[in-house]
Write a protein that binds this ligand. Sequence first.
Ligand code: NDP
Length: 230
Amino acid sequence: MSHIVISGGSRGIGKACALLFRKEGYDVTVLSRSKPEYDLNGIEYIQCDVSDPSSVKDAISKITGPIDVLVSNAGVSLTGLATDFGTDEYRLVMDTNFGGLYNLARNVIPGMVSRKSGVIIAISSMWGQTGASCEALYSASKGAIDSYVKALAKELGPSGIRVNAVSPGVVMTDMMSSYTEEDIDALREETPLERIGTPDDIAKTVYFIASDSSSFITGQIIGVNGGLLI
Ligand code: NDP
């Protein structure tokens, strides 16, 4: 049975991934700061702050057996003018979004290299490609993820490891709670497929990228955004 580790699996997109992979027969471990409130039904939970290198090292060391798939999904967003934020906000956003991927990847890559197989999937954002007004820090953190994914794919391809980013558009989760209904309606109208994404839309793409059906795909930033970014 394959083993997948998903950061930020307590809710939103990470929860949808955890439930889908569990349903499909994977061993699933979720990492987050708070314990998931949904029925874990065999999913293992390990408390972890992905922005803290020692917390990530401890969490990964508690996992027995090989890790076949890593989904680095934990993330935070902050909305405001670029000049509203200081060093604390910079550290929070960069250390969680990019640092989370960096800390997790460093700990799982050695095992994957020694087995000459593995899949790493980072959950990025379309704003990492195009930039969002009033989300400059968040956009930069996702841009860093995209570059890291491309570089890692080149470095790890010869070791049989695929590295990709799944890059959502607008998805209804707690992360959207600061948006008004009017904001959401405007985004829906701008989207060619005329709807807002669901966590399951992202989970299904992550599942495809984790599977052998995508065995020739690496180093890609895969947009799942209803056509909002083309
Ligand atoms: P949610 O806010 O619903 O969930 C965020 C998850 O990240 C939670 O499980 C949270 O768990 C976890 N998390 C946050 N900080 C940490 C940390 N320091 N250590 C461990 N876990 C942490 O957001 P989404 O599900 O919407 O977002 C998931 C990913 O998708 C993020 O990377 C986000 O940037 C990306 N994304 C989302 C979009 C959207 O429209 N929703 C669009 C584009 C990208 P806990 O608080 O318990 O630690």
